[in-house]
Design a protein around this ligand. Structure first.
Ligand code: PEP
Length: 255
């Protein structure tokens, strides 16, 4: 099985989401025996998408959450509230939130703890900016983000997804070379081994690549034994593209 996760970002209204999910359901069901498909719509679309996905084999994810369960936090949404809509996954630390909403490593760590407390699975996004890369700090940045996100968290009996998403590649239309994504996976694994010497890396932790994945390049990323799947932004908004990507993963895994 490989993950195919759609991050719809702030692109679709509830009515658009309904239309999209109905089309997706028509197209990708035959591939779900080998594809862990997850759709992450925006909050107002969760109710309708949850209803439509119920019993389909496609999981529901959210794009963000707050770190408290309830209280005076105007405008925020807790993992427990998301759980009510049958959300299983929550994207945490996406670079757009780190950059535009100024989410810090400390906030991301609190969100990770909250997601685990609610019994849900975080999709932790890590990745370097172009300038960090130019300064030769890429591995250091990735390792630091993983380490601080997992501070004070025990990973026993927990499921965790980590997506390596180089910030400069997101939405650029040009993915990194597979060797580069594989290198990042090794860096992330090393951090996990150092943090959790007894962790069984083959169970519970899945590492994905995200950044301009589409039906033309998904083959490289999902053929790699080091990568457990992909997180897709722009290309996931196109139903034909999304279905094609599911088909490619399915056919690859059959070989
Ligand atoms: C993302 O924002 O998580 C992402 C992977 O976007 P895109 O596929 O558009 O680069």
């Amino acid at each position: 099985m490989k993950y195919l996760i759609a991050n719809w970002k702030m692109n679709l209204t509830a009515a658009d989401s309904e239309e999209h999910v109905k089309l997706i359901l028509k197209n990708i069901i035959p591939y779900l025996s080998r594809v862990n498909a997850v759709i992450c719509p925006s909050f107002p679309s969760l109710a309708i998408v949850s209803e439509l996905l119920s019993g389909s084999g496609i999981a529901l994810g959210a794009q963000n959450c707050f770190w408290e369960e309830k209280g005076s936090f105007t405008g925020e949404v807790s993992p427990l509230m998301l759980k009510e809509f049958n959300v299983d996954y929550i994207i945490i630390g996406h670079s757009e939130r780190r950059q535009q909403l100024h989410e810090t490593d400390e906030m991301i760590n609190k969100k990770m703890q909250a997601v685990f407390r609610a019994g849900l699975t975080p999709i932790l996004c890590v990745g370097e900016t172009f300038s960090e890369r130019q300064l030769g700090r890429k591995d250091f940045v990735i390792a630091g983000q993983v380490e601080s996100a997992l501070k004070n968290i025990q990973l026993v009996n927990k499921k965790l997804l980590i997506a390596y998403e180089p910030v400069w590649v997101i939405g650029s239309g040009q993915a990194v070379k597979i060797e580069e994504a594989e290198h990042a996976v090794r860096v992330i694994k090393q951090v996990l081994i150092d943090l959790y010497p007894n962790l069984d890396l083959k169970n519970g932790v899945e590492i994905l690549y995200g950044g301009s994945v589409d039906s033309k390049n998904i083959n490289y990323f999902t053929s790699s034994p080091l990568l457990d799947g992909v997180l897709v932004g722009s290309a996931s908004l196109d139903v034909d593209e999304f279905s094609q990507m599911a088909k490619i993963i399915y056919e690859n895994l059959a070989k």
